[in-house]
Design a protein around this ligand. Structure first.
Ligand code: ATP
Ligand code: MG
Length: 511
């Protein structure tokens, strides 16, 4: 391990007590280390802006970080965010009719606020705010999946045709499968799901023992489906993110236990996001298997219909019921029908795929035995859009608190206004929060568009849905200064001192 010392020399750390010596004197592979480190050092010196951005750098404000002034840490400023033009009302492009597509509230808002940008039919660019929210969602998913023993993998999108021919899905999936050939004429599809790939992967491990099972393998990757009617933005795309988990157990009983474990993890995930999903019995469709449930988020524009019994806990997708069925098959009670968005889907597969690909393990009697499988999908990009669909107002995006791209937006006074003297206080508050509430580092945005009135910027902040908007208005000039704090999730507005702001924000959960 080499370090660049304060004196500008490269030191080689050796021994367990962290003794230092100048590189070259004690290092056994000295010349190699020297070449590497000196190369790095040369590059560091050539990039003073990068190397010293967080430190004092007398009078020089590097262009790369326009928000980074001498003596301050990095501040995130709104004016430097990559945000398409369509936020300001006078610049909003008409969303409807752009491509003749049907739209819904979440799609319209996500386009207007600059969360997504259309690329081609059913394909969207995910812009910085959306990527931040999605990364948070993936972290929550990781926590839930790993809490039940999930191990994360990442499989190629390019999936060889022979895998799909083996399961007969090359033909069954029809035109939904996006197919292509490489330069040698070999056929592939872009993975719409990965049962074949994961089962072949597990089958390639010839010495698995029952003692190692269950395996809960999952990934969060792009999926490709040539949907007949891509619509509603991220709700039904042709390229989208899915979390797909595949489980391998040593017996049907164990597999059923795993099945309910994963379903419980899904319920816990939706609880944490504040989304009231209903778990309903579902059709197994082209994936196959013997038992299946969908997690439906009730909302009028949902493309699914499901029935809920008003007297017992029965609920099912109407596809699974006879067309004239009005009563609950479990208790004969009346059924009510609701529309929903399918945000998750679970399947108990049995040996459907393990028998095709010969995914075996050595059982307790020392004999090879087929793994009992389950597969479990969550529509990652669909969950984001569905959450926005159910939580937002007609004009303003609302997020599950945990997923808000930034937790706090600070609005300093307008340039030239009576309150302008409080401008510096906002900057100080920014640094103070970052220091006192470590989980909020990187979560605070300063709306530095001080040519706009506070009112205009508050309106924008409201559209973006930051959980906390903090304004330095008239009362910031009082002694002590009071900041106006808008708490989006409780719809409260309070005036707080710096200390009280910190106390309030210290309770914010960030994932
Ligand atoms: P749908 O019935 O809505 O077409 P599906 O049953 O075909 O979905 P699954 O194969 O169960 O979808 O995929 C798992 C999850 O992936 C779904 O529960 C959904 O949340 C998400 N998903 C499926 N298709 C899309 C899509 N076209 N765009 C966005 N998310 C999708
Ligand atoms: Mg499904």
């Amino acid at each position: 391990c080499c370090v660049l010392n304060e004196d500008g020399k490269i030191y080689f750390l050796h021994g367990s007590r962290g003794k230092r010596s100048i590189l070259g004197s004690k290092c056994t592979s000295a010349s190699l280390c020297r070449v590497v480190m000196e190369g790095l050092l040369t590059r560091c010196r050539a990039l003073p802006a990068l190397a010293t951005c967080n430190h004092q750098l007398s009078g020089y404000i590097p262009r790369r970080f326009p928000h980074c002034a001498p003596g301050r840490g990095k501040r995130l400023v709104l004016s430097c965010m990559f945000q398409p033009q369509n936020l300001r009302e006078d610049q909003v492009l008409p969303v409807e009719g752009r491509s003749g597509d049907l739209t819904c509230k979440s799609q319209r808002l996500m386009l207007q606020v600059g969360l997504i940008h259309p690329a081609s039919s059913g394909c969207y660019h995910l812009l910085p705010y959306t990527v931040r929210a999605m990364e948070k969602l993936v972290r929550v998913i990781d926590q839930e999946m790993q809490a039940i023993g999930g191990q994360k993998v990442n499989m190629p999108s390019l999936s060889p045709a022979e895998l799909w021919r083996a399961s007969n899905r090359w033909d069954l999936m029809g035109r939904e499968l996006l197919r292509l050939r490489d330069r040698h004429g070999k056929e592939y599809c872009l993975g719409p799901t990965h049962e074949e790939a994961i089962t072949a992967l597990v089958a390639s491990q010839k010495t698995l023992s029952y003692k190692q099972l269950p395996f809960l393998l999952y990934q969060v990757t792009r999926k490709f489906r040539d949907e007949p009617r891509p619509r509603f933005g991220l709700l039904r795309g042709r390229e989208f993110y899915m979390k797909d988990m595949y489980t391998f157990d040593s017996s049907p009983e164990a597999a059923r236990q795993t099945y309910s474990l994963v379903c419980d993890a899904y319920s816990s995930l939706f609880d944490r996001l504040g989304l009231r999903c209903v778990k309903v019995q579902a059709d197994v469709g082209s994936i196959g298997g013997t038992m299946s449930h969908e997690f439906q988020l009730p909302v009028e524009i949902g493309e699914d219909r499901f029935a809920v019994c008003t007297s017992c806990s029965f609920s099912a997708n109407v596809e699974t019921l006879g067309s004239s069925q009005m009563n609950c098959p479990a208790c004969q009670g009346p059924l009510t029908e609701t529309r929903g968005i399918e945000v998750g889907h679970t399947f108990y597969l049995g040996t459907k795929y393990s028998s095709i690909f010969n995914a075996q393990f050595i059982n307790i009697h020392g004999k090879p035995s087929l793994a009992e499988m389950g597969c479990y999908g969550l529509g990652v990009t669909r969950i984001l859009a569905a959450a926005i669909e159910v939580l937002s107002t007609e004009d303003c995006v609302r997020w599950p608190s945990l997923l808000a791209p930034y937790q706090v937006c600070l609005i300093p006074p307008k340039k030239g206004s009576k309150e302008e003297a409080a401008a510096e206080l906002t900057g100080q508050l920014y640094d103070h929060i970052s220091e006192a509430v470590p989980q909020l580092r990187g979560e605070i945005l300063l709306d530095d568009r001080t040519h706009l009135t506070i009112g205009n910027r508050l309106k924008d902040a409201n559209k973006f849905g930051y959980p906390f908007v903090i304004i330095a208005g008239k009362r910031a000039l009082e002694d002590p200064a009071h900041f106006e704090v808008w708490c989006q999730n409780t719809s409260e507005v309070v005036f707080l001192t710096k200390e009280a702001v910190i106390e309030l924000l210290s309770h914010v959960q960030v994932v």
